[in-house]
Structure formats: structure tokens, C-alpha cells
Design a protein around this ligand. Structure first.
Ligand code: ZN
Length: 87
């Protein structure tokens, strides 16, 4: 089951209910670098990141989300800013 690299939340009915979405790592090296800076600042082991790693939406400022009629997505250039310890 996919889970968040930062806090360990999984995609389960509860997270769906909480409106939490799971975001893949950006393919943009500049964005990736910023994400990695965030992980290092927060003591996360960046060597454990795989191409399947995901980040949940609770680490992003709510203003970064794009909401349309059917779903909520994150802007491609979003950078993490909110630390939530492991659940
Ligand atoms: Zn998370």
C-alpha cells in the first residue's frame, strides 16, 4: 500500500475522508532539490526515496492546491513546508 514518505500515512478510507491526496515526486530537478532540502532539514533519510515514494497533501500549504469540479490536485511546482511527524 502506498504511504507518505514523511509521515507514513497510507491511502486508506480515513485519509480519503480527510481529503488527503498523495503526490508523486516531481520530475523537475529544481523542485526535487527543494523537496530534498525539506527532507534533510527534517532529518529524513533521502536515500530511502524510491521512484514509488509518495508525499501526502498535509505537508503542503492549502493555498497550493488547485480545486476543480471533480478533484483536488497540487500545483506542479509546489514545495513542501509543513512538517508532520510520523503517524
Ligand atoms: Zn504525509
Amino acid at each position: 500500500m502506498p504511504s507518505c514518505f514523511v509521515c507514513g500515512r497510507s491511502r486508506i478510507p480515513l485519509t480519503k475522508l480527510q481529503n488527503i491526496i498523495f503526490q508523486r515526486f516531481s520530475a523537475d530537478p529544481k523542485i526535487q532539490e527543494k523537496w530534498f532540502d525539506f527532507f534533510k532539514e527534517n532529518g529524513l533519510d533521502v536515500y530511502k526515496i524510491t521512484k514509488h515514494s509518495l508525499i501526502c497533501s498535509s505537508h503542503f500549504d492549502p493555498s497550493l492546491f488547485i480545486t476543480n469540479k471533480y478533484c483536488r490536485t497540487l500545483s506542479k511546482t509546489s514545495v513542501l513546508s509543513i512538517v508532520i511527524s510520523k503517524v
